[in-house]
Design a protein around this ligand. Sequence first.
Ligand SMILES: [Fe+2]
Length: 348
Amino acid sequence: MPCKMTLIKQLFLFFLLLVSCKNDKKPVTILSKNINSDFTIAFGSCNNQNLPNLLWKEIIKNKPSLFIFEGDIIYSDTENMEYLKKNYDKQKNNSDYKNFINKVPLLETWDDHEYGENDGGADYPKKEASQQLYLDFYNVPSNDVRRKRKGVYYSKTFKIDTTNIKIILLDTRYFRSPLTPDSTSKKRYKPNKYGQGTMLGNSQWKWLQNELENSNASYTIIASSIQFLSDKHGFECWGNMPHEYDKLIHLLTVTKTKNAIILSGDRHIAELSKKEFKNLNYPLIDFTSSGLTHSYTNFKSELNPYRIGKVIPYKNFGLLKFDFKNKKVIMETRGENNILYATYTQKY
Ligand SMILES: [Fe+2]
């Protein structure tokens, strides 16, 4: 029989769990502090299973609290699920990757090249089978919500002392309707007619609204495989569906989402974009890091009115170092030998 004190303690812990469930609709995970900062998020994307995986061991040097994979963990444009699995298996057996996932908790979403089709969207015919192989690769348990619903979106909230950080991982592939090819310029795509098409699909938008409405997080990290703010390059980005871009800003505004930061990949460059929006009381940052095994080394220039600093066309990963007391986030882009390419500090 438990003693009275133990019983009181258990009741108190149960009450805390109920409070956290009520506030965020799910229990929060409490992580221990990292020596570098109050909380360190590392992130990256674009990892070819056939190329040397040089950066996993560099990321570990920064002792991240967790790693967010922004997609393209393998390159496997195919409708052949056996071939897709073979490529996942090759990545799974990479010793540096194996060592990494044993040491660092991973959160993830997908992009086009593990989804199965370059720039692919809702039309990709093997998306259901591909989703299960993706979840198998990341050892997602059979009772996880992503095993039962369409798309790989989900969220997780971390509590560090009294600060909550919510991480939302979007699926920009499963529901995305066709893009509009640009036949009048060298650009690959031009924006759809305003109101035409969807980036996230109805069910994911509803889910996202609910996630933001019921959040008490001090910071909200939104992982989108494709870039959000940079919209002049003509490749995939939210700017190709301007009404969906506006919808996300509107949602962040009406739900009073605190200190949202977007993380993106896909481009095989790193850059940081920042834009003020009338009704958001903080500047929105879209921090892009790509790729881990290969990069756009021939990069010359590209218009991005929101860019802070320079484009980094080398292999890279990103870091967000949170300083809760001083309400700032240090954002770093690093690469081979843990070299620091760029750093930017945002006060919140
Ligand atoms: Fe990529």
